[in-house]
Design a protein around this ligand. Structure first.
Ligand code: B3K
Ligand code: ZN
Length: 880
């Protein structure tokens, strides 16, 4: 069995040798690429110890030759194993020439150099460069790169690498070359090359200092008509970063390449971003509003990395959130500014609560800055990215926009061109704003989701209102006891008309505004407000000011009031969700006990008020209609009962559909739009509301509603509408969905991203036969284990977004996932490790399901060649 080695932060040592510059020469070929790397090395003057051996990283490399200062090294002069190459005697300064041979065609891990749709591309973060050549493959070794690409002109007409193209030309035998120079020192994880048959959409952007920058998006020729939105988003992102953060693009040329086979979303390689085509390609008839939003967000994210990640990078991989948390915060703010801020916040919090809170409560829980790992690829998590972004957001809340901006300016002034730590970032914030973030730093070192219990008391005689907040944080693996966090709690007090009261804390001379950010730093703290003429309702954690669970004893009626009156749009939505969650949990109890299920209670009335409110945006109404997901409901339960949750949610949807039938029909009708597609927030909001109404109406089993769906599925004017209707039909038990689904596949079978949607629709269906259909689809000719998007569209969607069928009591869903995890682990460990995480919460289920899931986990771990990636996740899951 695989015995993994744990890497500890406390063992960090600066590099013994630095690379002054590197020349890379690639002789490209699908099956046999020769790489000659010329490294100018010198002993690191900062690490005193002389005579240290030179240790280079290397993985799955075929070494052809090794020269030092022009002399070939004999076998006795160096040592090599599976992970490194060691030269024990080296001078102070020297040149090393390493020649390696790669086989991109058989590289199914999609790390290092690999083949996608016949084109060659690279993925080097975090440790892929060591699959290309021997190198100090760590982010604190920054160097300048010159890259020469040589290839057959027919097969690889386009040759790209980081930086600027400084030479190109023809060679003998139908071959050609291109030479690229990147003047910015960078860590090896930001290296990239692309070679292949690609078409290009070109544009220019003029920076505010009037430098023209050439923008290029490279795709397969037949996708050229799907790049306009990505280009538009890129230009918006460039302008936005100048305006909000004063950050300009530093390159002459910014390139984006879309590839179909990619483990993640995209990669911020300096000047040459490589993207999963899912986050580039869009046309109104092939991509949904959500796709358009995701593209905007990811294009922004990778662009923003140029400063937060590339110019200032990470000292080591424990600092991953330094660049990821900060860059997610930046892309969230960018997207919020492009559309409706509250709607964006709702989406971000929804993801955090369902997926990151679950991570925090499971066996893989880790702090935003972890202190140990086995396989760093397993730490590209929601905790590092999204909780990391929340930690940045809390600093923004505590410092205010001006203070935060001063901190960012100081961070760049101090650290441009360096590889630094999260602590360096926090220190820049402290120094710029003159605040002490000592206790706040615990957000980086303590895992787990804190909980705040609220107790409220009104004293009419003295007109005082007090809020007592108690914080706690459950234990997580390796961290039994937690110290109190510094939690910013944004709040207001509302009078019976929903107006905010002026706030005056005891000890203050006069009221100070209508909302406050309370700093909760103790385990228990009481905040007392004076001059409160009547009992108010508290609006707490406004805008979700901290990534915590807040528990307050509000009654259903009070929640319904807040859902109708809170002036903080996020809290208004959240009060409605809390109410819905309560109703759902009661219904789950009813189904478990075999009682007659209760009704929707105050929820139906609250939703009706929301739908009738002329001041609310359609996008907000749509969010209000969307009930907490089965996964989020499960997250609230000690022992998860997937079947009762499913029944309860279905029951509540139907009950609401019956009660609000007429209103839903009216709102649906008011928001139907047959004009051309537009991606403005207004149009997106109207579509989302219309389709939310339709999804309720379809539950009424009235033939006319199902016909509406079938009609929209066949004749909808854009993919958003078509897919919304089709997914309703895919959930429907009747036979009406079969023909539209089949025709949809017929029509789009040449478009992989649309085919992914077709797989996901069926994988996430609640229909009784969904499990059997998933098994059928695994044998469908279009299913392809080697393509991560396709695997995620079927197996990923089934195991994470269809809890009812995945957790079928028979264990069939588990057996299916276990089987495929084992198969995929043999060639793509990163993907397998993502999939296997669906078992992480096995201890939260009944004994029978526990036994079945544990058996799968054990079988996966026993595979003789189990990868380090999968072994870490499964090992932790089993508590080993
Ligand atoms: N930095 C890349 C992550 C790639 C990691 C691969 N295991 C994507 C991003 O966050 O922008
Ligand atoms: Zn990133």
């Amino acid at each position: 069995m695989n015995r993994n080695k744990t890497i500890h932060l406390e063992d960090y040592c600066p590099p013994a040798y630095l690379v002054e510059r590197v020349n890379l020469h690639f002789d490209l070929d699908e099956a046999a690429t020769r790489v000659k790397a010329t490294l100018e090395l010198r002993r690191n003057p900062a690490t005193a110890a002389p005579r240290q051996p030179l240790v280079l990283d290397g993985n799955q490399l075929h070494l052809l030759s090794l020269h030092m200062d022009g002399r070939e090294l004999s076998g006795e002069e160096y040592y090599r194993d599976e992970e490194r190459l060691v030269v024990s005697e080296v001078p102070e300064r020297f040149v090393l020439e390493v020649e390696t041979l790669l086989n991109p065609k058989d590289n199914g891990a999609l790390e290092g150099l690999y083949l996608s749709s016949g084109n060659l591309c690279t993925q080097c973060e975090p440790e892929g460069f060591r699959r290309i050549t021997y190198f100090p493959d760590r982010p604190d070794v920054m160097t300048v790169y010159r890259t020469t690409l040589v290839a057959d002109r027919e097969r690889f007409p386009v040759l790209l690498a980081n930086g600027n193209r400084v030479a190109h030309g023809e060679l003998e035998g139908g071959r050609h070359f291109a030479e690229w120079d990147d003047p910015f020192p960078k860590p090896s994880y930001l290296f990239a090359l692309v070679a292949g048959k690609l078409a290009c959409l070109e544009d220019t952007f003029t920076t505010r200092s009037e430098r023209p920058i050439t923008l290029q998006i490279y795709v397969e020729a037949h996708n050229l008509d799907k790049c306009a939105h990505a280009m538009h988003a890129l230009k918006n992102a460039m302008r936005w970063d100048e305006e909000r953060f004063g950050l300009e693009c530093d390159l002459d040329q910014y390139m984006i390449v879309a590839v179909d086979d990619f483990n993640m979303g995209a990669m911020e390689n300096k000047g040459l971003n490589i993207f999963n085509s899912k986050y580039v390609l869009a046309r109104p008839d092939t991509a949904t509003d959500l796709d358009y939003q995701n593209i905007e967000g990811v294009i922004g994210h990778e662009y923003f990395h140029n400063w937060t990640g590339n110019r200032v990078t990470c000292r080591d991989w424990f600092q991953l959130s330094l660049k990821e948390g900060l860059t997610v915060f930046r892309d969230q703010e960018f997207s919020a500014d492009q559309s409706a801020r509250a709607i964006k916040r709702i989406a971000d919090v929804r993801l955090l609560r369902t997926a990151q809170f679950a991570e925090d409560a499971g066996p893989m829980a880790h702090p935003v800055r972890p202190s140990c790992y086995e396989e760093i690829n397993n730490f590209y998590t929601l905790t590092i990215y999204n909780k990391g972004a929340e930690v940045i957001r809390m600093m923004h809340t505590l410092l205010g926009e001006k203070g935060f901006r001063r901190g960012m300016d100081l961070y760049f002034a101090r650290h441009d061109g360096q590889a630094v730590t999260t602590d360096d970032f926090v220190r820049a914030m402290e120094d710029a704003a003159g605040v002490d973030l000592g206790q706040f730093r615990r957000w980086y070192t303590q895992a787990g989701t804190p909980e705040i219990q609220v107790e409220r008391r009104y004293d009419a005689a003295s007109q005082t209102y007090s809020l007592t907040l108690r914080q706690s944080c459950p234990p997580t693996p390796g961290q039994g006891e937690k110290q109190p966090f510094h939690i910013p709690v944004s709040m207001a007090l509302l009078d019976p008309q929903g107006q905010r009261l002026p706030l005056q804390l005891r000890g203050e001379a006069q009221p100070d505004g209508h909302s406050h950010v309370l700093s909760l730093t103790e385990t228990q703290q009481t905040f007392e407000f004076v001059g409160v003429p009547q009992e108010p309702l508290p609006s707490l954690l406004r805008g979700f000011s901290a990534p915590v669970k807040l528990v307050c004893d509000l009654s259903d009626a009070e929640l319904a009031f807040l859902a109708g009156h809170d002036d903080d749009a996020f809290n208004r939505w959240d009060s409605g969700q809390q109410l819905a969650l309560r109703v759902l949990l009661r219904l789950v109890g009813d189904f478990q006990q075999g009682r007659a299920p209760g009704d929707a209670g105050a929820l139906a009335h609250a939703l009706a008020n929301t739908l009738n409110d002329p001041h609310l945006e359609p996008a907000f109404k749509a969010q209000a209609l969307l009930l907490p997901s089965e996964i989020y409901v499960a997250e609230q339960m000690e022992r998860i009962d997937p079947s009762a949750i499913h029944q309860a949610r279905k029951h509540l949807q139907k009950a609401l559909a019956r009660e609000l039938r007429l209103l839903l029909l009216t709102v649906w009708q008011e928001n139907v739009d047959t004009g051309p597609y537009g991606f403005e927030p207004q149009a997106v909001g109207r579509r989302s509301l219309k389709n939310a109404c339709l999804s309720y109406l379809a539950l009424l089993d009235e033939p006319v509603c199902v016909e509406l769906c079938a009609n929209q599925a066949e004749r909808g004017g854009n993919m958003t509408d078509v897919l919304a209707a089709l997914s309703i039909l895919a959930q429907h038990e009747g036979t009406e969905g079969a023909a539209p689904l089949a025709r949809f596949y017929e029509k789009w079978q040449q478009d992989p991203l649309v085919v992914d949607k077709w797989f996901t629709l069926q994988a996430t269906s609640g229909r009784a036969d969904a499990g059997a259909r998933v098994r059928e689809l695994l044998d469908h000719p279009a299913f392809n284990l080697r393509n991560p998007n396709r695997v995620r569209s079927l197996l990923g969607a089934f195991s994470t977004a269809n809890p009812y069928h995945f957790h079928a009591a028979s264990g069939d869903g588990y057996a299916l996932l276990g089987d495929y995890v084992r198969r995929i682990d043999a060639f793509n460990p990163q993907l397998a490790a993502r999939l296997v995480a669906a078992f992480n919460h096995w201890r939260r289920y009944d004994e029978s399901r526990q036994r079945l899931m544990r058996a799968q986990l054990e079988e996966i771990l026993e595979r003789p060649d189990v990868s380090r990636d999968v072994a870490e996740v499964v090992g932790k899951s089993l508590g080993r």
